[in-house]
Design a protein around this ligand. Structure first.
Ligand SMILES: Cc1cc2nc3c(=O)[nH]c(=O)nc-3n(C[C@H](O)[C@H](O)[C@H](O)COP(=O)(O)OP(=O)(O)OC[C@H]3O[C@@H](n4cnc5c(N)ncnc54)[C@H](O)[C@@H]3O)c2cc1C
Length: 524
């Protein structure tokens, strides 16, 4: 039976052999010029020890809660670079005492009631792909223990309204499963974050994830019609509406609540027929900032490409979409209803006016396809690179166009300085634009550097702090789609209005009087 690795990304059966790890790492070393070290083997599950549980399941909940080491280790960490390093080394210091897998809302309510009564913290866990400490049971305070609440059994497409093109889907549904079920009825949600394979609808809603579309409906927010959650104070369900002007939106408060208000159990989402027409091209530019100007014009043109990803030369080389000499723009359109070729022609004309050279159409071998393949394989590759002694991490933001070039320069220089301060030579920082808007862009940075073996967490924390300071000081947000979690709280608090913070705290106190829901996340 396939099961997920207890550390890092993916299924146990896809963990590559040491020789394959060395070969993949050597390839990346050649592409980036970053030296690769001896391959380290992960600590096997049999050698992992987690602290003894501080709490025991009450008899009525014995079938819902488990203290098995595999489950507790797997629910100890998310999927950030530091999580992968800790998991590989078998460091599960903050393992939850118990893992709950409620099969329905009744069981979920019973778990929350027990936890509130016993002052046990609850950390909602969807796919566990958080890269910001959102699922890490580091709750502080004087809690009697921590339960990681896995939503995996609250899954499946439960209802489909073909007239309104909407579906009611269980929050624990993983991307591939929900697409399979919708696909059987000719429909699709078309929401593909890079973590699609192992992240859940509930996780996307709770973190305001960013998906497939590079313009227009970039966040899950735009695809959510209504949300249902179980809070410690009871059920919260918003009304299904195509739009509404009736006061502050009840959906909006749950979108991005990151498990601090309750557990999202299902959502009605907007679906569409699968696209039958697609057109995309890769366009090469000599200069990244000139290419970014072109992307701005594309975003302001009204063409609304579904894909509009700009990679700098280094990022293009890293993903195999280029050779480190030119920036690459992947621009694409898709539709189930209208011809998309004319839109692509217009987009290419805008590119040409900015010095962009369309690459010849190369079908499955083209840069667009190469980039897509690399995009989907990246999470697997990262485990391999960590084993080979490379620091590989990403961070992202959004900023208005008038400040984009300054932010890009400030972040690049802050990261390079911080890497040098950690005594590392030969690190690289690359940038791509993942989502673009008429008034700004979402830059996404990738850092690749030799890891300070044994000191990776301190090394990365130093770089991350410098990058985050630079982002926020340059006018960007601390996150465009990775969420706040525990890791971004210091910068989130700098950007959110203090009165809004007070309002959130008051709302949380109303819904969760015992303050058990994901303490520490969002600074709550
Ligand atoms: C390799 C990789 C690529 C990624 N790519 C993207 C990307 O393209 N776009 C993007 O937006 N993000 C991306 N992420 C980040 C992550 O996948 C998203 O934040 C995703 O939305 C998390 O979903 P999940 O089901 O894994 O949630 P989890 O990681 O399990 O949880 C995330 C947060 O939401 C809370 N939560 C989860 N489920 C519920 C629920 N049902 N009710 C209440 N709270 C809940 C948790 O407590 C936690 O605070 C990536 C991460 C990795 C590791």
């Amino acid at each position: 039976v396939s099961r997920l690795k207890h550390w890092g990304w993916g299924l146990e059966e896809r963990q590559p052999a040491a020789a394959d790890v060395r070969a993949a790492a050597a390839l990346i070393a050649a592409r980036t010029g970053v030296a690769v070290e001896e391959v380290e083997q992960p600590v096997a599950l049999e050698e992992v020890s987690v602290r003894a549980p501080r709490i025991a399941a009450p008899a009525a909940l014995e079938s819902v809660l488990t203290a098995a080491t595999y489950e507790r280790a797997r629910h100890s960490l998310g999927k950030s670079y530091c999580d992968v390093v800790r998991g590989m080394r078998g460091q599960f210091d903050d393992a939850p005492d118990l893992v709950a897998r409620p099969g329905d809302e009744r069981e979920l309510e019973a778990v929350l009631e027990w936890c509130a009564g016993e002052r046990i913290a609850v950390v909602p866990y969807g796919g566990g792909t958080s890269v910001v400490g959102g699922v890490t049971p580091e709750v502080g305070g004087d809690y009697a223990g921590v339960v990681s609440l896995d939503t995996g059994l609250l899954s499946g497409v439960r209802e489909l309204d073909a007239v309104s093109r909407a579906a009611r889907i269980g929050a624990g549904s993983l991307g591939p499963a929900l697409e399979r079920e919708l696909g059987a009825q000719g429909m699709t949600l078309r929401f593909y974050p890079q973590s699609f394979e192992f992240s859940t609808l509930g996780g996307w809603v709770a973190t305001r994830a960013g998906g497939h579309f590079a313009t227009l409906r970039t966040h899950i927010d735009d695809l959510v019609e209504s949300v249902r959650a179980i809070t410690p104070a009871g059920a919260w369900e918003s009304r299904r509406l195509p739009a509404s002007g009736a006061g502050p939106s009840p959906d909006r408060l749950l979108l991005g609540s990151e498990g601090t208000l309750g557990v999202i159990t299902e959502a009605w989402v907007r679906i569409r027929p699968r696209p039958t027409r697609r057109a995309s091209r890769a366009v090469a530019f000599d200069d990244f900032l000139r290419a970014a100007e072109c992307v701005r014009e594309l975003a302001q043109s009204g063409l609304e490409p579904s894909n509009c990803r700009l990679l700098d030369a280094g990022e293009a080389a890293l993903t195999g979409a280029g050779d480190d000499s030119q920036a690459k723009l992947i621009v694409g359109f898709e539709s189930a209803e209208i011809d998309v070729e004319p839109a692509l022609e217009q987009a290419l004309a805008i590119c040409a006016a900015h010095g962009g050279e369309p690459e010849p159409e190369r079908g499955a071998d083209g840069a667009a396809e190469t980039w897509r393949g690399a995009f989907l394989d990246a999470p697997y590759l990262r485990d391999v690179l960590v084993m080979a002694g490379l620091l590989v991490e990403t961070f992202e933001s959004a900023v208005t166009w008038d400040r984009f070039a300054a932010l890009h320069a400030a972040v690049g220089s802050a990261v390079e300085t911080a890497l040098a301060e950690t005594g590392v030579a030969g690190g690289r920082v690359h940038c791509r634009l993942t989502h673009v808007y008429p008034d700004g862009a979402a830059p996404y940075f990738t850092v690749v550097a030799p890891a300070a073996r044994g000191e990776e967490v301190a090394q990365w924390s130093h770089v991350k702090r410098a990058a985050s300071d630079a982002l926020v000081e340059a006018g960007g947000t601390i996150t465009h789609h990775h969420a706040v979690g525990r890791d971004h709280v210091a910068w989130y608090e700098r950007q959110r209005p203090e009165l809004f913070a007070r309002l959130l705290r008051a709302g949380r106190a109303e819904l969760d009087p015992a303050q058990i829901m994901n303490p520490g996340v969002l600074g709550l």
